[in-house]
Each structure stands twice: as structure tokens, then as C-alpha cells.
Design a protein around this ligand. Structure first.
Ligand code: ARG
Length: 415
């Protein structure tokens, strides 16, 4: 009996070819694993296809709920957006897939796992690091990183081996999608000067074609987790489905980003992330209301670190656990509602309320109810400006008439 290998199987050309390629090169029996995180339209069809291609076993796992609960929502609570643009959909999906691959492998006594990633992207890193961390004894095979075939050659290999290729017009793009977003790469997008054509987008309408009236939406959060839309409690999957639809309908969530990959390449990435875009904005709006200035400032720094570690495949690290614990702690009062206005590709927060709000009308108002004692500001300003005044008296930093000139003169004098 030969060893078994668990292949992460999407049903696409590359992983279908891998089903035949692996036994040819590694003499192992292939078990496929298809994980649904909101990307798989027909699980049963994919399972049947794998069986037809002669695999030993074909697993399909619906992991949508786990994906949202344990990966997307914690990232939302952290305000994780890579390089200020990318809500990290693909990056969040990989650790979950890695974990399920390792689990299915161990359950089946398999000695290896395989995936369809190439050697140029981030996904290989995320899967390999995840698997190496969780199940270090498993060998990892990445056929697309090893076989050295071009796209054409892969297709010819498929034809020679009786692997069905979808007859529908082949998409000119490389696409990865899940409930948190859709990533589109390659083809005409590889020239960063080209505007992404309409056919790159599936979830979002072009703002030119969206309704002429805005859509308003109220999102309720409990401890940083969205729980209802317009007052209707929804489970996580339904909430994301519905939000993707409404926001997409209004053209919200299109992202065009020149991204720094971990492997050193800059790549042009086009994303659609309607629900994630709206939730990230709304969540931050609630934090602005309920966290102090220091909390917000520090949390922004953590958000950058957190996004980087998700992007860079370090989900299963102690660093992640530590940051996640901090983030959880910050969310204990992020309960309340946010009202957003979706219109022609934009999502604007137009209202927020919470029983934990730190906004005090009595402090902010200029009306009669004002309780802010303006006399205190005089002394406060004295002390706040003290170091700057002291410095000005002892060091000629600025001149009244030409502040810059005095600085330049001094520089010259110092030379
Ligand atoms: N650049 C994004 C990331 O690294 C998206 C990757 C999409 N993957 C794909 N196979 N098309 O997270």
C-alpha cells in the first residue's frame, strides 16, 4: 500500500492536473480536500469530479461559519487592512485551509499534503508555514511550484490525461474568493496603468450603474462583532451574504492596489470586498466613539502589525496570540450601532450610537447646556506651551517675519 497525500482541491485546472501529476511523480494515493469558505458554488460537483479523476477519497468541508467567526471577525476587531487597502480575504482563508489539510492528513494517516500554489505568491508561504507549524512531520508537495509547466502546457497535460477543463470562456484572470472578498490578478491588470475592466468585477456594480438613491443601513455590533442589519439579527454567514449584496449593488468595495508581496515582488491587485469594506468602516467608527484617544492611537499601531502578520503567513504564531489578546481586550465596550450611507461606490458613516459612548454632548456643545469650564483652558495652555516657549527663548528656532529663513541662516552658520 502506498502512502497517502492530502491535496487541497479547488476543482480548477491546476489542482485537477495535480490529481494526476502527484501519483506520477510521488507514487502516493491522493485524497482531496475541498474547503468551502464562501468560494465553492457546488461542493457536490467538485467532489464528484475528484472521484472521477480517481482519488482515493474526496472530502468537502463547509467551513464558512468557522472562517467568519475565527478569522474574519477577529481581523475586523483588529481593524486589519494590509497597507491601508487590502482587507486580507485570501490571507485570512489560508491558515484555516492549512489547519484542515493537516487535520485531514493526520486523520487519514497521510504522510504528506499538497496545494496548488505557485512559487511566486504569498499563499504558498501561508500554507507551508501553517502546516509546518501545526504538523511538522507532514511533507509538503506543491506541484505548480515544481512542474515548471506554462499555462498552455498545463492545459495540454489535462487534455492528454482526460481531465475535464471547463468549456466556458476561460477567465483572463487569476481569481481567489471567499466571504471576506474576491482577489483578481493577471491578464490586462498586470499593467498598472490599465484601468481594471468591468469584467474583472462580479460582486460590485460599476458606480455608473448603481441606483441614483443612496441605501442606508444600520449595523449593530456587540463587542466588536456585527450581529444585526437594520435591526434584524442575522447569523454570520447570512450577515456577510446580505451585506456583500447590498454594498455590491451600490458599487462599494472595489479596491485597486499596488501591493508588496512577502516574496519581494510588487503586484497589482484588484479586489472586491463589499461587506468587509462596510464592516471595517463601521467598526472603526464605533471605536472612535467608544475608545479614548490613547487607545485608538495604540490600536492603530497594532492594526499595522496585525495586518502584516496575517499577510505574511504568521497566523499560528505566539505573536499573533499576544496581539489577539490585546485586541479582544479593546473590544469589551465596542457595542452599539452605526449607520452607513452607501452611494455610487462610496460608503460613508453618517451616524453612530452606543451606551458606552465617550462622546459627551454636555462637553461638546456650544449651547446653554455647556458644562465645559473654559477658564481651565488658560492654565492648561500655559503648561502645554511651556516647553516650546522656553525653547524659543534659549534657542533661535523661528523668526517672527521669516521663520524658515532663520532656520536656513543657522544651518549656514553651522556649516
Ligand atoms: N495578493 C493577495 C494575497 O496575497 C491575493 C492573492 C490571491 N490568490 C490567488 N491565488 N489569486 O493575499
Amino acid at each position: 500500500m502506498s502512502d497517502s497525500i492530502v491535496l487541497a482541491y479547488s476543482g480548477g485546472v491546476d489542482t485537477s492536473v495535480a490529481i494526476k501529476w502527484i501519483p506520477e511523480h510521488y507514487k502516493m494515493d491522493v485524497i482531496t480536500l475541498t474547503v468551502d469558505i464562501g468560494n465553492v458554488p457546488d461542493l457536490e460537483a467538485i467532489r464528484k469530479k475528484a472521484i472521477k479523476l480517481g482519488v482515493k477519497k474526496a472530502y468537502v468541508i463547509d467551513a464558512r461559519e468557522e472562517f467568519i467567526r475565527d478569522y474574519c471577525f477577529p481581523a475586523l476587531q483588529a481593524d486589519a487592512i494590509y497597507e491601508g487597502s487590502y482587507p486580507l480575504a485570501t490571507a485570512l482563508g489560508r491558515p484555516l485551509i492549512a489547519r484542515l489539510m493537516a487535520r485531514v492528513a493526520l486523520e487519514n494517516g497521510a504522510t504528506a499534503v499538497a496545494h496548488g500554489c505557485t512559487g511566486k505568491g504569498n499563499d504558498q508561504v501561508r500554507l507551508d508555514v501553517g502546516i509546518n507549524t501545526l504538523a511538522p512531520d507532514l511533507k509538503i508537495v506543491a506541484p505548480a511550484r515544481e512542474w515548471g509547466m506554462t499555462r498552455e502546457q498545463t492545459i495540454r497535460y489535462a487534455q492528454r490525461n482526460g481531465i475535464p477543463i471547463p468549456v466556458t470562456k476561460k477567465s483572463p484572470y487569476s481569481i481567489d474568493e471567499n466571504l471576506w472578498g474576491r482577489a483578481v490578478e493577471c491578464g490586462i491588470l498586470e499593467d498598472p496603468w490599465n484601468e481594471a475592466p468591468e469584467d474583472a468585477f462580479i460582486w460590485t456594480k460599476s458606480p455608473e450603474r448603481t441606483p441614483d438613491k443612496p441605501a442606508y443601513l444600520e449595523i449593530e455590533f456587540v463587542k466588536g462583532i456585527p450581529v444585526s442589519l437594520d435591526g434584524e439579527k442575522l447569523d454570520a454567514i447570512a450577515l456577510l451574504d446580505r451585506l456583500n449584496k447590498i454594498a455590491g449593488e451600490n458599487g462599494v468595495g472595489r479596491i485597486d492596489h499596488i501591493e508588496n508581496r512577502l516574496v519581494g515582488i510588487k503586484s497589482r491587485e484588484v479586489y472586491e470586498a463589499p461587506a468587509a469594506t462596510v464592516l471595517l468602516k463601521a467598526h472603526l467608527a464605533l471605536e472612535e466613539l467608544n475608545l479614548t484617544k490613547q487607545q485608538l492611537r495604540f490600536k492603530q499601531k497594532v492594526a499595522v502589525e496585525y495586518s502584516d502578520l496575517i499577510y505574511n503567513g504568521l497566523w499560528f504564531s505566539a505573536m499573533h496570540q499576544d496581539l489577539a489578546a490585546y485586541v479582544q481586550s479593546t473590544q469589551r465596550f465596542i457595542t452599539g450601532s452605526v449607520r452607513v450611507k452607501l452611494f455610487k461606490g462610496t460608503c460613508m458613516v453618517v451616524g453612530r450610537k452606543s451606551k458606552y459612548s465617550l462622546y459627551s454632548f454636555k462637553l461638546a456643545t456650544y449651547d446653554r447646556e455647556d458644562v465645559f469650564d473654559q477658564r481651565h483652558s488658560v492654565g492648561f495652555i500655559q503648561l502645554w506651551g511651556l516647553p516650546t516657549r522656553t525653547q524659543a527663548q534659549l534657542q533661535p528656532v523661528y523668526e517672527l517675519n521669516s521663520p524658515l529663513k532663520s532656520h536656513q541662516k543657522r544651518q549656514k552658520r553651522m556649516k
